[in-house]
Design a protein around this ligand. Structure first.
Ligand SMILES: CC(C)(COP(=O)(O)OP(=O)(O)OC[C@H]1O[C@@H](n2cnc3c(N)ncnc32)[C@H](O)[C@@H]1OP(=O)(O)O)[C@@H](O)C(=O)NCCC(=O)NCCS
Length: 141
C-alpha cells in the first residue's frame, strides 16, 4: 500500500478527527470533545497519529507515553477501508514511537465483546491479561 501515509495530527485536524471517530471508532470516551483532544495534542504533540490515503483521513490511533507506560487508544479505521492493513500500519507507527521514546511494553483497553478488535490486536502480537480489571474514578461531574 504505497499511498498510505501516517503522520501526527495538528490542531487544525481535530474537528475532522472528532467527526471521524463518530463514524469509525468503537464507543465514545470521556475526552471526546474539542477541549479533550486539544489537551492531548497540546500536552503530547506526537501522540495522535493519523492515517491518510490520497489526503483522506482513513484511520487513527493515540500512542500515549507518559514516561512510564505506553497506552494505545482510539485505534479506528474507516468502515469502508478495513482489512487493508491500515490498522496494522497505525500500530506499527505507534510502536515505533514508543520504542523511540524508550517504552518497553504497549497496552490497550479492549472491550470483551469487540471480537473484531480481538483479531486485530492478536494479529499485531497483543494478548489479554485476564487477571487485571480496570478500576476507575471520575474526576469531573
Ligand atoms: C479493529 C480495526 C481498527 C482493525 O483495522 P483494520 O485496518 O481493518 O486492520 P488490518 O487490515 O490492519 O488487519 C490486520 C489483521 O487483523 C486481523 N483482523 C482485522 N479485522 C478482522 C476481522 N474483522 N476479522 C478477522 N480478523 C481481522 C486479521 O488478521 C488482519 O490481517 P489480514 O487482513 O491479513 O487477515 C477496525 O476493525 C476498526 O476500526 N474497528 C472499529 C473500531 C475498533 O473496534 N477499534 C478497536 C478498539 S480497541
Amino acid at each position: 500500500m504505497t499511498d498510505l501515509r501516517v503522520r501526527t495530527a495538528v490542531p487544525d485536524d481535530l474537528d475532522a478527527v472528532l467527526a471521524f471517530w463518530r463514524t469509525a471508532a468503537e464507543g465514545t470516551s470521556i475526552s471526546d470533545d474539542r477541549a479533550g483532544v486539544e489537551r492531548l495534542v497540546d500536552r503530547d504533540p506526537g501522540a495522535l497519529l493519523l492515517a491518510e490515503r490520497d489526503g483522506e483521513l482513513v484511520g487513527t490511533v493515540i500512542a500515549g507515553f507518559d514516561g512510564w507506560r505506553c497506552h494505545l487508544y482510539r485505534l479506528a479505521v474507516h468502515p469502508r477501508r478495513r482489512r487493508q492493513g491500515i490498522g496494522s500500519a497505525l500500530l506499527a507507527a505507534a510502536e515505533e514511537r514508543f520504542v523511540r521514546l524508550g517504552g518497553r511494553r504497549a497496552d490497550a483497553m479492549v472491550l470483551v465483546r469487540n471480537e473484531t478488535a480481538h483479531h486485530a490486536w492478536a494479529a499485531a502480537g497483543y494478548g489479554p491479561e485476564e487477571h487485571w480489571r480496570r478500576w476507575v474514578k471520575p474526576l469531573t461531574d
